[in-house]
Design a protein around this ligand. Sequence first.
Ligand SMILES: Cc1cc2nc3c(=O)[nH]c(=O)nc-3n(C[C@H](O)[C@H](O)[C@H](O)COP(=O)(O)O)c2cc1C
Length: 281
Amino acid sequence: MKLNKLEDQGTRKIPCKNKIFLAPMEEINDIVFRLLCKKSGCGLTYTGMINPLTAKEIVLDDKPALQLFCTSTKGIKEFMKKYDSKVSLWDFNLGCPAKTAKKHGFGVFFHNELEQIEKILKTMRENTKKPLTIKIRKSKHTFKIIKIAEKYCDGICIHPRTQPQGYGGVPDIKFAEKIKSKTKLPVIYSGNIDESNCKEFLKTFDYVMIGRKAIGNPDIFARITKNKSNTSFQDYLKLAKKYDLPFKQIKLQAMNFTKGKDNAKELRLKIFEIKTLKEFG
Ligand SMILES: Cc1cc2nc3c(=O)[nH]c(=O)nc-3n(C[C@H](O)[C@H](O)[C@H](O)COP(=O)(O)O)c2cc1C
């Protein structure tokens, strides 16, 4: 693919198996969890947000969308050069509402820095021929940012909650629909997507992503796509050992995999007491 000029915007297709993606989730979306979601039928996996200046070595065997989290262009070029061949697309985070993001002006707290946002997207564009997207929340700056993104990006992901809403409250679907009607770029919708509503949302939006409903539940993608899959924590554990994931991470996912089980409370108490990898069996 030779596309890399501004006039190529929108011609780079989002590379995916289907229109139902795993939303970026810091801490949750480790390599093993992403691989299990992909195997279950997820159309495209995302990493959590990654700061190019502080990132440790990243395993990208699932060829995910890699999400950058930064407030300057520093280190982007080197980082993208290192990982470009291993990702499906590059995304830029403009949504994180967390206190730590506030402290350093990242994510949704970066919305008023329009010039700097443009510099970052321009730098990203210059350093890859792969598709480029932004993931953004609802704010008074969202539409101004989308105008900038239209110069450099190939898609917009909208999670239409405001920063004070965090992950609660009702996502403003009308706001997301307004974006869809105003931009020519494909729109990925994020916010409370599950098995019951994803097909309906795909009538309006080009793609959807599933976040919290996929935690501990990679088979949600199999159920939606009518794939056969029966993923258990043992599948996670086997691969986690192969990838040498930290014990703390395995324990977190063990907790997550209890979700929806009749004896979840009991299981969680047991997992809480586990101190070594061997105890998982
Ligand atoms: C534990 C957790 C971690 C998250 N981490 C990220 C992240 O790193 N980058 C990002 O853009 N969004 C992140 N999000 C937001 C999700 O991608 C998604 O937009 C949001 O949870 C709404 O979708 P849902 O209702 O399907 O969960 C995170 C959400 C959760 C619950």
